[in-house]
Design a binder for this molecule. Structure first.
Ligand code: PXL
Length: 289
């Protein structure tokens, strides 16, 4: 069985981060280890959540794993919380990456053109250097804009998405001349940049991807349902990362993730629940993965 490590916060209520990644990856038949970066009463869309930083605990946990010589087939990072936790996550990648480890980074920090509560532009800078360590990254449009300096647009076309991916790739390969990115991917020329939440025609949504080794471009679109829920990005990333581990190509992984995410949204709409509580993925977990 493949073993993945996911590094994200635990939001105790409001399905997101570890509380969705763990069940989704387990349902995909993948042994899932967790490294929590912080403990929150809820995610940050609820007002004033309780928050406990787990930086110290992250170090103690990984020190133990090092002694045990633990191997991970993949490391998947999501919402981290602070710049210090990004730096610690980078160290975990350095310590536990082996030749066959897939490093998958979702640089969670914003949506709809804005940073999430508690983040500043320097958090985006740090996320750029985390992305440079990855084999595959999956920012949404907002996050790609924050990391490339491209202006965020609500209305865009395919050319804009291609420009975002090309600029993101240049940032990762450090062809931009910037000195603040430390290129630590053993094979930087084969990174996949995928942009999520891309809608290229009314009623359709999905992801676009670019393979930096051969410039292959791919776009998948699926039905866009008329509802927005918290945590769908984490569902999408978990399915993409899990699918890569199952041996699917990155294009197949994106397509499966887009389809599954749409299914969870459909299941949630039947419930008419408060969108802050996330999607009712439990209803489709067994059937779709
Ligand atoms: O779903 C992303 C996410 C994860 N964890 C926390 C968040 C968010 C997005 O707002 O606040 C704590």
């Amino acid at each position: 069985m493949k073993r993945i490590l996911t590094i994200q916060d635990i939001s105790c209520l409001g399905r997101c981060s570890i509380t969705v990644s763990l069940p989704v990856l387990s349902a995909m038949g993948i042994e899932t280890s967790i490294l929590p970066t912080a403990l929150l009463s809820t995610h940050t869309m609820f007002e004033s959540p309780f928050r406990m930083d787990l930086s110290e605990q992250m170090q103690a946990i990984t020190a133990h794993w090092k002694k045990e010589n633990i191997h991970f087939d993949a490391i998947y990072t999501g919402y981290l919380g602070t710049e210090e936790e990004i730096a610690l996550t980078q160290q975990v990648i350095r310590d536990f990456r082996s030749e066959d480890t897939i490093v998958f980074v979702d640089p969670v920090m914003g949506d709809h053109g804005r940073l999430y509560a508690g983040f500043s532009s320097s958090y985006a800078e740090k996320n750029r250097s985390l992305c440079a360590m990855a084999d595959m990254i999956v920012p949404n449009i907002t996050e790609a804009c924050l990391m490339t300096g491209i202006e965020y647009r609500e209305n865009y076309d395919e050319k804009y998405i291609k420009e975002l991916m090309a600029k993101m790739r240049a940032v990762l390969l450090d062809t931009s001349g910037s000195t603040d990115i430390c290129q630590e991917n053993p094979s930087p020329s084969s990174q996949i940049v995928a942009i999520t939440g891309v809608s290229l025609s009314p009623g359709q949504i999905g992801a676009a991807g670019l393979d930096s080794s051969d410039d292959e471009y791919y776009i998948c679109q699926t039905e866009q349902l008329p509802a927005v829920y918290h945590g769908t990005g984490d569902i999408f990333s978990s399915v993409t990362a899990g699918s890569l581990l199952q041996g699917l190509s990155w294009q197949e992984a994106l397509q499966k993730a887009a389809r599954f995410t749409a299914c969870t949204i459909r299941a949630s709409m039947e419930e008419q629940a408060d969108p802050r509580f996330g999607v009712a993925f439990e209803k489709v977990l067994g059937q779709e993965l």
